[in-house]
Write a protein that binds this ligand. Sequence first.
Ligand SMILES: [Zn+2]
Length: 267
Amino acid sequence: MSSQVISLLQTLIQNACVNDGTRESGQEHRSVATLQEFFGVEGEIFEPAPGRQSLIYRISGTESDAPSLALVPHLDVVPVDAAGWTQEPFAAEIIDGFVFGRGAVDMLNVTAAMAVAVRPYLTGELEPRGDLLFVAAADEEGGGRYGASALVERRWDLVHIDYLLTEVAYPPLSYASEPIIPVSIGEKGAFWSVLTTTGTPGHGSAPYQSDNALRKMVEALHGIFESATPVSISPEWANFVTALALEDELKEALTDPDQTRPSTDSL
Ligand SMILES: [Zn+2]
């Protein structure tokens, strides 16, 4: 089984479904074709823009009142600055027992493992109790407009589900006795903003004591990095920290708003 995961992972990396945020990038149809071939079952293709394919399989459960479960990996990867790589990013070579390449960690490793886990259900070797859904999604790295978001908006009939596993379980969490799969209740997001500073126009030959808009901009940007953002400890965060196998002292620091910043800075 693990050799299947490795060779599938290598092909997914080699497909180079690089998502740079533009509609034309990604071209996840390449990895959709790889998965269709691996499963030997066609599945349902969702393609909201040319080449931006997601692949969906819905396997009916044997018990109509059993909860349904979805495995939702993504197929795209973020762009590469080749100058920062010691290996060819899309060769997916095995070096010292590790597969190297863009997406080997986020998250084609999980995509390959989930596909291998789901295949016996698609070939009929195993039957799920509740409905089992496998969604290999496009465009996770660019906001999901051509993937998960569009699927939920346009094909809820196909992707409705009770429970869902995706990539949040990586990196592995510290645990005391058994693995912990975190439940996501929120996501950090981008706070896009436009900052404007104004000054008094003047001549470059007289820069001193001038009312320079650029100086105000630099100081404002510096202030953003230097000012302490408020910390609020929610009950969900406190429960999350409590469940982790951390030293008591660190647990305490991570749930005390006055200690949180210094303790994370020293980690
Ligand atoms: Zn990811």
